[in-house]
Design a protein around this ligand. Sequence first.
Ligand SMILES: C[S@@+](CC[C@H](N)C(=O)[O-])C[C@H]1O[C@@H](n2cnc3c(N)ncnc32)[C@H](O)[C@@H]1O
Length: 395
Amino acid sequence: MITERPFVDFYSAHGLTPTRQDVSDLKRHFQRREALHRQLGIPTGLLKNASLVEFGPGSGHNAIFWASCKPARYVLVDATPASLDGTRNQLDKYFPEAKYEIVASDILHFQTEERFDLVVCEGVIPTQKNPGAFLQHIASFASPGGLVVMTCMDAISVLPEILRRYAAAQVTEGIMEFDKKLKMLVEFFKPDLSSLAGMSRRHEDWVIDQILHPWSGPLLSMPEAIAALEADYEVHGSSPRFVNDWRWYKDLHGAGFAFNQSGAESYFGNAHNFVDYRYATGSRDAGENAKLVEVCDAIYSKQFASERGIEPYLPAALIQDLERVIECLEGGHSETLAALKDFVNCTANGRFNELSKFRKLWGRGQQYLSFIRNAETALVHAASEVESALNPSGE
Ligand SMILES: C[S@@+](CC[C@H](N)C(=O)[O-])C[C@H]1O[C@@H](n2cnc3c(N)ncnc32)[C@H](O)[C@@H]1O
């Protein structure tokens, strides 16, 4: 099935939002969210009395943290009934005093003259039909100087998930009933999911969302997000914090301001660290990583085409592509290489039940990015106001 409205139709058809988190230890949940803010360069204390709009709050488990920051205005926009109810229930349960407004609307149809200090859109943009245009739309609601927090996902960081989708299709071949498939896959991926110490989602939700949920469109990598936002927004922070900048701040003016260029360079120097969360080795030649991007993009496209029934992704073609990935990573990350070779072997013999080392392979999934809107323009504007106040005749 090709979804008409990405996420919304699939979630609505199943009457659920599969993004529920374990918040039984609220302190731990909040500390994780605080850690995310710190990596993104957002001091949580500064959000008090700020205005905030969140697109796609889902089950509302993150909304309770945003509400705890005590923004003066908090607007949440979603179109899935289960997400709207879940978000309302979470906020009423944990912050009955909180001031917020829930808007039931397709995000792409949402319009307001209001501009916000902070725009948040987590786990929503990649796999939309046109992720770049979606990002431009949500980012347009940030005030000049305001912040946009969003998530990217690229074919390197989700390579293990793409392969899990491939394996899942093989092991459930011929099974049509959703519930039966779900039960089988929860069991099949148990060793994989149990190997992740930080996992806070229900296994069932992960299978529904990451394996059974049909993709509607392409992914969105960090350089693609930068390209979509162009000169109007500048990269601020990332989680994980791979964006670093060794330039002397005194050189950063005019054409040298270039935070986006510096952010894209951080991406291409570090993309090899997105395949496997167990490794974070030094940056390497951008050309090597460009090859990795290319082959992983091809794997995503072929799996996407196969899931849509356009063209099957035959085992021999997948093996050939994975051998190119292995070649791009040769010489480092030994556990990653062993995991990929394990997957190649099981693809070759068609026995995915024998997967072993692959089960511990998890990519970095989604990366969070923060962008500042018109940072340079706002600063230049402020500077020219001061200049004209000092010299009203402009001489
Ligand atoms: C994967 S969930 C993410 C939930 C939450 N932000 C998180 O990170 O856990 C995606 C949410 O975005 C909503 N969504 C996606 N596309 C949408 C659209 N075009 N209009 C309205 N809601 C949308 C879905 O209904 C769902 O609640």
